[in-house]
Design a protein around this ligand. Structure first.
Ligand code: MRU
Length: 353
């Protein structure tokens, strides 16, 4: 059974429950968020992570933010509270576009709701926002399944598949993006081997992808990030598949740092490189990857792991969380709507129309 990374519990006065991904694979612990500040902190510290999951969490975070606005306030005050909640959550992380996409959806929903009703009360506005957050969640579950169905044919019997970071159920509300493709291939009886890059510095590959695939009974082997090229040279890798945090209009794709190097290695070894992502991860407002803001994370994530130091105190560190893979190095982008082979601006515009 696929794990459920997050869910809303109860009605409009309910709360958001998340798997605390900082604790995996050691412990499967659920976090109960009853205030917007807890959702902000969960996103910032990667308790909830992965572009689609961040978007879904943010939608519910806004519902929590609006719980602090008393029911007897007028709709204008309700909309002010909505805007404040959206602005606050938008500052949690900069790269994954799903965060901004989801916040824009709930903001728009609030405006439409109030515009269509004279004297709308705050409670019904909150209910409308919860309904929109639920719709975002449901749609994500559906998009994940479709991505898997659209991409499973790329996973051949007997193949070796390399993936980076975690683009599984933990990163979405549903069964993942890149891993959804693998789950759907498995359902169809195909046998294949997955290599999971450990994904320094926070080890999403080793901790999360390996855990998810092991739970699902898929043959998974963890490798250190610097081993990928050698495995390709040895002929162990038939395809690379990753998720995405933001895809520009021309197909340039931001994903976890290390993805770019894999795309170059794949090109060098003539191995197809696939990206799997929902429509919500495209940002047609930017033409190319150079415009994507890359998050820089704290130096201590690199200097230490948990309680253990892995570099001297105070040593200089550069810690970009993402990099950008060029569209020309992507064999295909697999989405909930189908497959964009050799992506470019025209094909992406047509695909998303
Ligand atoms: O920093 P993270 O763990 O949020 O980074 C996640 C990734 O880079 C994923 O590959 C991406 O969000 C796609 S998840 C379906």
């Amino acid at each position: 059974m696929v794990v459920r990374a997050l869910r809303w519990v109860g009605a409009v006065d309910g709360f958001l429950e998340l798997i605390d991904q900082r604790r995996l694979p050691g412990a499967l612990v659920k976090l109960r968020c009853t205030e917007i500040e807890q959702v902000y902190e969960a996103i910032k510290t990667l308790a909830v992570r992965g572009a689609p999951a961040i978007g879904v969490a943010a939608g519910y975070g806004v519902v929590l933010g609006m719980q602090s606005c008393a029911d007897d306030k007028n709709s204008g005050q309700g909309l002010a509270c909505l805007a404040k909640s959206c602005d606050y959550l938008a500052s949690a992380r900069p790269t994954a576009v799903n965060l901004f996409w989801a916040l824009e959806r709930v903001r728009k929903k609030g405006d439409e709701f109030v515009a269509g009703r004279t004297g709308a009360d705050v409670r019904s506005l909150r209910e409308a926002i919860l309904a929109e957050a639920n719709a975002i969640c449901r749609e994500d579950i559906d998009m994940c399944r479709r991505i898997g169905e659209n991409g499973e044919r790329f996973i051949k019997d007997g193949s070796g598949i390399l993936t980076h970071c975690n683009a599984g159920a933990l990163a979405t509300a549903g069964q993942g993006t890149a891993l959804s493709v693998l789950f759907e291939a498995q359902k169809r009886g195909r046998k294949f081997k997955v290599y999971a890059d450990e994904t320094r510095p926070l080890l999403q590959g080793a901790r999360l992808t390996a855990w998810e695939l092991q739970q699902a009974g898929i043959d998974v082997t963890v490798i250190c990030d610097n081993m990928a090229g050698w495995l390709m040279k040895q002929g162990r890798i038939s395809a690379v598949i990753t998720g995405a945090d933001r895809i520009a209009a021309n197909g340039d794709t931001a994903n976890k740092v290390g993805t770019y190097s894999l795309s170059i290695l794949a090109r060098e070894h003539d191995i197809p490189f696939y990206v799997a992502a929902p429509s919500s991860t495209f940002d047609l407002g930017i033409q190319g990857g150079a415009e994507i803001v890359i998050e820089e994370r704290p130096a201590d994530e690199v200097r230490s792991f948990g309680e253990s130091k892995v570099a001297p105190d105070g040593v200089g560190v550069y810690n970009p969380a993402f990099d950008v893979t060029e569209a020309g190095d992507i064999a295909a982008i697999i989405t909930d709507r189908g497959v964009i082979e050799k992506p470019d601006t025209a094909k992406i515009a047509e695909h998303l129309r």
